[in-house]
Design a protein around this ligand. Sequence first.
Ligand code: PMP
Length: 359
Amino acid sequence: MSDIHNFSPGPAIISSFVRNGIIENLNNFKGSGIGIAELSHRSSLFSKFIIEAEEKILNLCNLSTSHYRVLFLQGGANQQFAMVPMNLMEEGKVAAYIDSGTWGDKAYKASLDFGKSEIVGKSSTYKELPKLEDKFLSNQSNYSYLHITSNNTIYGTQIKELPIVTTPLVVDSSSDIFSKEIDFKKIDLCYASAQKNLGIPGVTIVIIKKELIKDKLNINSFFSYKTHADKNSCFNTPPTLAVLATALTVDWINSLGGIKEIERINREKADCIYKALDSHKCYLPYAKKEDRSIVNITFNLVNDELSDSFAKQAKEKNFLFIHGHRSVGGFRISNYNAQTLESCREIAGFIDDFGKQHS
Ligand code: PMP
């Protein structure tokens, strides 16, 4: 049997550095003789560790601890769809959302439970990224924040540059956090459920500007960012193992040379797959070329017969979890940080060979 190539869209492949680190610390956390999942989150060892993990993330983002906090929460990105409006909506203002895909649409719909929101940019097919509408750009002071999705996991589109806006910018970066360089200083709040590029399922990280962490009287205190910031993410029991996996991922990224180097590798991996797809007429890449994602590569084949044959042969070669999301169909190859260059080259070779036979 040939090697397994795991292209899962999430939870996704993790590096052996992180996997081995988890195993080691599951047995013996930092040489204490106690496993990470058996250690009290109130212990001084864990309290120190979670503060260091926060600093490590801010360092990687080039953000200062004086202006930003990192929270380790649970509930996934879906919980952030509610926590963002609960905490950031302002009386008399409207929350602005870009609808670039299913997740942005869900975030917008969730916000309607808490106040007034508007879509200020929508792509008709989700094959391309929408532009910000003039109603938003010319009246930004009417809006409490702008919410965008940096990578549309299902459709395979990804923003190249963050918009420059005067309203607080909120970014759902669940599927591309730390996969390419961005200027985190342009972001007021960024969240990511960390099971694709960062760590393992169970933790959601929120990177937030300190000035947005405020007392909120009209919401249950558990859903206030301040509650968790004040207690260094230990107001209640945090997902200790997943926090550890997140910190290990940051160590791994640093050991490779930081986000710049990770981006270079991710581009090399993505480029070889896109090149193979673009070389043969039997493939129909889904996303518009300029808006293509480097972490989710989506495409179809020109007819069902070829599609079935491609799927069958890919399975035989152990290219796993490459079917597209059920709402789009076709195929999706996920190329998150821990995906290997070898697996990407293997699947690019397979795409090329199949294309030569069928174009
Ligand atoms: N936003 C994006 C961009 C996603 O890719 C996903 C899921 N993979 C979500 C939100 C939802 O995340 P969760 O399942 O953690 O709520």
